[in-house]
Write a protein that binds this ligand. Structure first.
Ligand code: FAD
Ligand code: NAP
Length: 516
């Protein structure tokens, strides 16, 4: 993030987009843009960028871009989709930039597929009987072949071998069975939603996702059950029929049905969750409890975040938040059992914050859109650890909550967990009591509070993240012990911390930085 000039906040941008000003310079006309035309608009004062086939004039947005003008200019006059996806694919640019839309990219004719493998594969596909499943898979794979014949040939064959779904019915139930053939399938890897007859079942397979997405033949009741046979990787989605009629088919396939794609290529899916409670954690931070719909099956994995989406003054604004536990367990004998219904978010309300102010105005019973989880932290990074260090600043504490609980409960070889918690003042420390109690109760756990703006009564440690502070507090319990240092806070805090740790000799694999 770069400091923005006064009058250039997101709210100011939203106001400008609503002012009726012609932000494209095309007087509301949409145009088809060729690559040559796009390339001509590559200057700050005349800058067009293509994202997913749509071209935007981003010149008026330059001064409002939180990442700065130079970042935007990296994509000037080109297709910025990859760059956008790398940095913040979750930002709802369609809504934010809708007044800057110049038009679509002109479609280039697609070359005929080449290559032996591809032909063989097409013949192979033609021989398969056409039921609703296969038809959809064929369309998808043929589309892929046109884009990248050889790679997709092998990939799609594997997909045929490994992924399939089936369904059957009784008088009252519809059961959809997905055979993932993946060992260690678990509840965090299955996300199911069923709204207005539309069923969406997503299975996470490493960096990929498999989707069953259909407009159901008939209405179903609100509650959906999910059974997972962990060892064999079989997932059952059980729906209750609203009327005891015989279904001729499961339903009409929707766009993503029966596809197996990279997770980053699967758009974020949102469902509306009800705010059921809001409690104070500190003077400016609240614990929000959201309730998932009965028809949703979703567990947010340790170290991952979700996105909240809210319409603010006619623009859809999206911000990431990291779910926590309702409280810090003191007894780590058994894994914390998720009730499957509630998501807890610890959120700092900024007095000038666009999104958090809107969140703070939500009333109990109001709804807010919550996305599927994302994030690149893997529990396997912790599973064989001896020493775990958690460096948190402010609400950068949030990913540490589940991590702490997981490590103390499930990592058998763990010797020490040390939380080094940076805050401005004592009043800002989140869950201080709970952390101190935990340190008393569990001898593996230690907490160190460091304040950057303490009052004169503070007898504890004072300062900001620095090499000397880290060398004092981050020490292996024994020479060559297996260690992980997790860090989260304001971006400069995290970046400086990572650099100091590297300077102190910790390797890339021994450091995990939580970022968007
Ligand atoms: P904004 O309107 O963005 O402003 C926040 C404050 O910063 C205001 O005081 C504003 O004046 C100032 N500001 C904003 N941009 C600039 C700028 N460019 N230059 C100078 N000052 C600026 N937060 C939590 O509270 N809990 C969480 O669990 C949590 N999880 C997160 C997970 C991830 C992966 C990430 C990336 C962030 C997370 N955050 C979390 C932060 C959260 O996403 C929002 O950024 C935060 O809530 C502020 O949003 P806002 O719209 O209210 O504030
Ligand atoms: P804060 O209260 O402003 O700051 C907490 C501590 O960090 C203070 O001691 C502060 O010192 C220090 N600090 C702030 N900026 C610093 C910098 N540039 N360099 C070194 N130290 C710095 O923090 P906050 O308002 O709670 O913000 C938390 C941040 O964490 C947000 O930016 C949020 O986006 C981020 N976050 C990220 C994730 C994630 O990526 N997964 C999850 C949750 C939160 P000073 O007195 O000097 O300010």
């Amino acid at each position: 993030q770069v400091p923005l000039k006064p009058g250039r906040s997101l709210m100011d941008w939203i106001r400008l987009t609503k002012s009726g000003k012609d932000l494209t310079g095309l007087k509301g006309r949409l145009t088809e843009v060729t690559e040559d035309e796009l390339a001509k608009h590559n200057k700050k004062e005349d800058c067009w960028i293509c994202i997913r086939g749509f071209v935007y004039n981003v010149t008026p947005y330059m001064e409002y871009h939180p990442g700065g003008e130079d970042e935007l200019m990296k994509a000037a006059g080109t297709d910025g989709t990859d760059l956008f996806d790398q940095v913040h694919r979750w930002v709802n640019y369609e809504s934010m930039l809708k007044e800057c839309l110049v038009g679509r990219m002109a479609v280039k004719p697609i070359a005929a597929p080449k290559g032996e493998g591809c032909c063989t594969y097409s013949v192979f596909l033609q021989q398969i009987p056409e039921d609703e499943t296969i038809l959809c898979m064929k369309t998808f794979t043929i589309k892929c072949i046109l884009v990248c014949p050889k790679k997709v040939y092998i990939f799609s064959l594997l997909y045929f071998l490994f992924y399939s779904y089936d369904w059957f019915q009784t008088d009252s139930l519809i059961t959809i069975v997905i055979y993932t053939k993946q060992k260690d399938m678990n509840a965090e890897l299955v996300i199911v939603d069923c709204q207005d007859k539309q069923l969406r079942g997503e299975i996470i397979v490493g960096d990929h996702s498999y989707l069953v997405e259909v407009d159901l033949d008939h209405a179903v009741q609100e509650d959906v059950a999910v059974n997972i046979a962990e060892k064999v990787g079989k997932v059952e989605i059980i729906l209750k029929k609203k009327d005891n009629v015989h279904w001729k088919m499961l339903g009409q396939p929707l766009e993503g049905h029966n596809t197996f794609v990279k997770r980053v290529d699967r758009g974020l899916f949102y469902r509306k969750c009800k705010l059921v409670s809001k409690t104070e954690v500190t003077h400016d931070t609240k614990l929000l409890c959201l309730m998932l719909p009965k028809s949703t099956h979703l567990r947010v994995p340790t170290g991952q975040h979700i996105y909240l989406k809210k319409n603010i003054a006619g623009t859809e604004v999206v911000k990431p938040y990291t779910p926590v536990l309702p409280f810090l367990p003191l007894d780590f004998k058994e894994p914390f059992s998720h009730d499957g219904v509630h998501i807890y978010l610890m959120i700092k309300i900024y007095s000038c914050g666009l999104f958090t102010q809107a969140l703070d105005h939500l009333q109990i019973g109001d709804y807010i859109s919550v996305s599927n989880p994302e994030g690149n932290f893997k529990k396997s990074q912790v599973q064989t650890l001896e020493d775990l260090f958690l460096l948190a600043a402010g609400t950068g504490f949030t990913p540490m909550v589940k991590l702490l609980s997981f490590a103390l409960t499930e990592v058998m070889c763990l010797r020490t967990v040390k939380l080094i918690f940076f805050n401005k003042t004592e009043d800002d420390i989140l869950w201080r009591n709970q952390l101190e109690q935990l340190a008393l109760k569990d001898e593996r756990f230690e907490v160190q509070f460091i304040l950057s703006q303490p009052t004169k009564d503070w007898v504890g440690k004072q300062g900001k993240i620095s090499s000397s502070l880290l060398s004092e507090f981050v020490k292996r319990s024994r020479k060559d012990s297996k260690v992980l240092i997790c860090i989260c806070g304001p971006t400069p805090f995290t970046e400086q911390g990572v650099q100091y740790l590297k300077d102190l000799g910790y390797s890339q694999e021994e450091i995990h930085a939580f970022t968007a």
